[in-house]
Design a protein around this ligand. Sequence first.
Ligand SMILES: Cc1cc2nc3c(=O)[nH]c(=O)nc-3n(C[C@H](O)[C@H](O)[C@H](O)COP(=O)(O)O)c2cc1C
Length: 252
Amino acid sequence: MNKVVKVYFSPSETTKKVVGLIADNINEENEICDLLYFDGEKEFSSDDIVVVGMPIFAGRLPETAAKRLSKLHGNNTKAIAVANYGNAQIKDALLELVDILKENSFDVIAAATTISHHSIFDGVAVGRPDESDIEKINEFSQKVIERIENGGSLESEIPGNKPYVDLKQLPFIVSCDESKCVFCLECVSVCPEGAIPDDDPADVDIDLCSRCTSCINICPEDARGFTGDAFEATKPKFESANAERKEPEFYF
Ligand SMILES: Cc1cc2nc3c(=O)[nH]c(=O)nc-3n(C[C@H](O)[C@H](O)[C@H](O)COP(=O)(O)O)c2cc1C
């Protein structure tokens, strides 16, 4: 039996869920490589199967996630590439993911874009992945299993352009309600950019912060979130512009 490894960067944990669904279909006994925490070199064998999931940030992979993914190396290792997004834009993110995997000697056998709850604008894609998404992801997984058994690499053209769209930092600020903060320092441990000082978790270094939402997601006191006039002004416009449901896409 092949070893299946779930590889993901998942600040608000929906990408982790999608990767888990696919990996569990292939083999329920799987391992984890969590790129929110792991920032080292790792090599996979030709018998391994990796399911790699990344969220989409402004039409690209999160910069930190892409850097960490680039330190993982395959040996003609079968890979399933998933770009998970909040029902807005995909742009070049799936292409970037497939390119990194191919450059690092993974044999990409299938790819997908999936939709999950928007981690910044919480009125978009509420409750997703939902039952319909899960059914489609399970059907995709069955086709992936057939491909693992019968052989074959990704043939479909992946949407996107080169050069990829420029990396863009969102202008919103993550703030911390100091009256709620209990100094548990979970946010300090999870922040992949090391942007939160342990002597004052409210004092985020906004130049380092990628707005990934991991600190908001992990805070047990619900003390952290996006605030400010720019955020409040954008939220209703963004939510109405992205209200129409998009569907997952699968590539073989
Ligand atoms: C900084 C940032 C940028 C984002 N940019 C996009 C985007 O370009 N398109 C989109 O549809 N969703 C975007 N999203 C939403 C996430 O892709 C989506 O919520 C995804 O499910 C998050 O995955 P996670 O739960 O694993 O963190 C963005 C989220 C963040 C935090």
